[in-house]
Ligand binder design. Structure first.
Ligand code: SG7
Ligand code: ZN
Length: 309
């Protein structure tokens, strides 16, 4: 068959460049975030707060592509804007996750050399400038990925909805429709989780609540509330972290992590790299999806900016 990239020693990250020349570019991801070399750009970034909106009904399909789990959305009513995104509006295309074989590694980005147990990615495309995801994926300002670090702790309620569905997509190319609301904004960090700062809100609902007949009417939950980051992120210009490694991504990484349980990660680690009905072709790890992260690449002369404390 044709050459398929993966995370193994034979076809892994160090070999990708042979088939995908962009992987050798100077704007690649992930990177290590050196926190004391980050440029504080509070003023410029905060002047337009980072905002997002995801109706829970936008999560449509759960897919096992053989190298992660992925939820495809229909994009309707989703929105990401502000922060480093200039005046453009982005839509959510899909979200997916990277993880390790143990809880001590699994994230793609690292912070001061430290890896997290996993990293969740919400992939958006610029609908102000481009007509399709594919077109945006080729443009330098086409994509924006929100990254959230996963740390092992208590079980995560929204992540559990996904974990409970994973056995139905245990093999490569398995795909199911999602029939219950899964709200990606509930997967973003809300409070707690970062050393030194106690329990101030990390995201704030900014939908106008209406007053009517003496009551406060909240915006309908199923249309999605609009949220705003209040707790800080790092941002830089990079690439997709998998082939073809297009240099089209504005990365936005939340400083706060979310907690998921060891058990939830073990459910991720049980996904198979090979199709249902096929015998495991690989001698490595019984063909399960683990260590599906690309190691950090040089930042080079790029600027890593931060917003928030
Ligand atoms: C994951 O990460 C998948 C890919 C994604 C890739 O492997 O979610 O998406 C599909 C369609 O399988 O690639 C084009 C694209 O979104 C890279 O995304 S990432 O840079 O955020 N890790
Ligand atoms: Zn990713």
């Amino acid at each position: 068959g044709f050459w398929e990239w993966d995370y193994s020693s034979q076809n892994g990250p160090s070999k990708w460049v042979e088939k995908f020349p962009m992987a050798a570019g100077s704007r690649q991801s992930p990177v290590n975030i050196e926190t004391d070399r980050v440029e504080s750009d509070h003023e410029a970034l905060i002047s337009k707060p980072l905002r997002w909106k995801y109706p829970a009904t936008a999560s449509r399909k759960l897919v096992n592509p053989g190298y992660c789990w992925r939820i495809d959305t229909d994009g309707d009513g989703t929105l990401l804007s502000g922060g480093p995104l200039m005046d453009d509006v982005y839509k959510l295309e899909q979200y997916h996750c990277h993880w390790g074989c143990s809880d001590s590694r699994g994230s793609e980005h690292t912070v001061d050399g430290q890896a997290f147990a996993g990293e969740l990615h919400l992939v958006h495309w610029n609908t102000s400038k481009y007509k399709t995801f594919a077109e945006a994926a080729k443009a330098p300002d086409g994509l924006a990925v929100l990254g959230v670090f996963l740390k092992v702790g208590k079980a995560h309620e929204e992540m559990d909805k996904i974990a409970r569905l994973l056995p139905y997509v245990s093999h490569k190319d398995d795909c199911i429709e999602i029939n219950e609301p899964i709200d990606p904004s509930k997967l973003l960090p809300v409070r707690g989780g970062r050393a030194g700062s106690s329990n101030s809100a990390a995201q704030r609902c900014v939908n106008p609540c209406m007053r009517w007949a003496g009551r406060i009417i909240r915006p309908a939950e199923n249309k999605g509330s609009q949220w705003q980051d209040d707790n800080g992120y790092w941002t830089y210009l990079g690439s997709l972290t998998t082939p073809p490694c297009n240099e089209s991504v504005t990365w936005i990484l939340f400083k706060r992590y979310i907690e998921v349980s060891h058990h939830q990660l073990n459910i991720f680690r049980n996904l198979r790299k090979f199709p249902r009905g096929e015998e495991c072709p690989c001698h490595e790890n019984h063909g399960v999806v683990i260590n599906n992260f690309r190691p950090p690449l040089p930042l080079g002369n790029r600027v890593l900016r931060e917003c928030g404390s």
